[in-house]
Design a protein around this ligand. Structure first.
Ligand code: CA
Length: 356
C-alpha cells in the first residue's frame, strides 16, 4: 500500500514538473476550431479526401481539442485563392498544390512537380530528408505560411485530346489546361496554356473553349467524366511524373497552438501524404481499366521524338527561370543534386560499374 502511495505521489510530482516546464495548463485544455479551404471540389476522390482524412486524424489524435472544418473550392473562397487567404489569416489552413503559385513564386514548382523530374518515392525522400521541405518552408516564411507535403498523385497522365498528337507541331496554338512548368513548356512549343480550376474543365473541353485538358490521372479523371468529351487519353504524363500536394498553415495560428497540437498537425500531414499516394497507386490502375474497357477510351502514347523535344524544351524553361530567379536556382541545385544521386543508385542493378 505504501509503495502504491509513493508511486502516486511520484506521478503527481512528475506531472507537476511537466506542467511547470511545458505549456500553460489552460492552453493544454483549450479547444480550437479551424477552417481549412481547398482548391478541389468537396470530397473529390484523392485530392478532396486528403484534407478530409487530415481533419479526421487531427480530431482523433487530439481527442477533439482541434476541430478542423474542411471547405471545398468556391464554398468560402475561389479554388486558386488558397495561398493568399491562408497567408492573410482569413483561414487557418489550406490544401492545394504549390505550382499554382508559380507566377508569384517561381521556385514553388519544385514542391509540386517538375517535367521529367522525380518520382513520388524520390520526391518524398528529397522533401523529408534531402533538404526540400526546409527550402519550401524558407520560400513560404515571408508569406506567413508553413507548408507541409499533403499527398502525392503518383505519375499523372498526359491529358485528354480530341486530335492525335503526331508531331511537335500539333501543340502549336493548342489551347490546353496545363499548370506549372508543363504549361511553360507547352508555351515554348507554341501552345496556349491555361490553368482553369477543376470544376470548369469539363464544360471548357465540351464547348471547344479548350482543345485539350490535363487534370490528374485515371482515378480523378474518371470521376470528372472527361472520357465523354474527349477521344484520346495520352501518356506518359511527362509534365508531372509525380505531383506533391500541399498543406499550408498560417504561421500565427500555428504559433498559438500548444506544442502537442503542433506536433499532431505535422504528423497528421505525414499520414495523409503517404495514404493519399497509396490511394492513387491502387485506384489509378482500376480506373484506367474502366476507362479503356468499359468506356472504350483510346489510350495513346506520345511519339518518342515528341517526348524528346518536350524534354529539351523543359531543360530550356528551367534554365531560363534559374537565370531569372535566385531562389529558383538554389532549389534547382538541391533538387538536381538529389535526383542525380538517387538515379545513380537506381542504375546500380543495371550497371554496377557506375560505382567505379
Ligand atoms: Ca495535372
Amino acid at each position: 500500500m505504501r509503495i502504491v502511495i509513493k508511486v502516486v505521489v511520484l506521478i503527481w510530482l512528475l506531472v507537476g514538473c511537466i506542467d511547470q516546464q511545458g505549456a500553460d495548463p489552460q492552453q493544454q485544455k483549450a479547444e480550437y476550431s479551424w477552417t481549412l479551404i481547398t482548391s478541389w471540389p468537396k470530397h473529390l476522390p484523392g485530392l478532396g479526401s486528403a484534407p478530409d482524412r487530415f481533419a479526421e486524424e487531427v480530431k482523433a489524435m487530439s481527442n477533439g481539442r482541434l476541430d478542423i472544418k474542411v471547405y471545398g473550392a468556391g464554398e468560402l473562397y475561389p479554388a486558386l485563392d488558397v495561398f493568399k487567404v491562408v497567408s492573410a489569416g482569413d483561414a487557418e489552413m489550406g490544401h492545394s498544390a504549390a505550382y499554382y503559385w508559380q507566377n508569384e513564386l517561381p521556385a514553388a514548382v519544385f514542391f509540386s512537380s517538375v517535367p521529367f523530374g522525380m518520382s513520388a518515392k524520390e520526391l518524398n525522400a528529397w522533401l523529408y530528408l534531402g533538404g526540400g521541405l526546409a527550402l519550401w518552408q524558407e520560400l513560404y516564411a515571408p508569406h506567413n505560411l508553413i507548408p507541409f507535403p499533403g499527398g502525392n498523385t503518383d505519375a499523372q497522365m498526359g491529358g485528354w485530346y480530341n486530335k492525335k498528337v503526331t508531331s511537335i507541331n500539333d501543340f502549336k496554338q493548342l489551347k490546353m489546361r496545363i499548370p506549372g512548368l508543363g504549361g511553360k513548356v507547352l508555351e515554348l512549343a507554341g501552345g496556349l496554356p491555361t490553368n482553369l480550376p477543376a470544376g470548369e474543365l469539363y464544360t471548357a473541353l465540351q464547348s471547344g473553349e479548350l482543345d485539350a485538358v490535363e487534370w490528374v490521372g485515371p482515378y480523378n479523371d474518371l470521376a470528372f467524366g472527361f472520357h465523354k468529351v474527349a477521344k484520346y487519353y495520352y501518356y506518359p504524363g511527362w509534365h508531372e511524373p509525380s505531383t506533391t500536394l500541399e498543406f499550408v498553415v498560417n504561421q500565427d495560428a500555428f504559433a498559438a497552438l500548444p506544442v502537442d497540437l503542433q506536433r499532431i498537425i505535422e504528423n497528421a500531414t505525414k499520414v495523409v501524404n503517404q495514404e493519399t499516394l497509396n490511394e492513387y497507386v491502387v485506384y489509378n490502375i482500376e480506373a484506367l481499366n474502366v476507362l479503356a474497357n468499359e468506356h472504350g477510351v483510346e489510350v495513346v502514347a506520345f511519339p518518342d521524338d515528341v517526348l524528346a523535344l518536350l524534354k529539351d524544351y523543359s531543360v530550356e524553361v528551367i534554365q531560363q527561370l534559374a537565370q531569372q530567379d535566385r531562389f529558383f536556382e538554389k532549389v534547382l541545385n538541391s533538387y538536381q543534386r538529389f535526383q542525380f544521386g538517387v538515379l545513380k543508385y537506381n542504375q546500380v542493378e543495371l550497371d554496377p560499374t557506375i560505382l567505379e
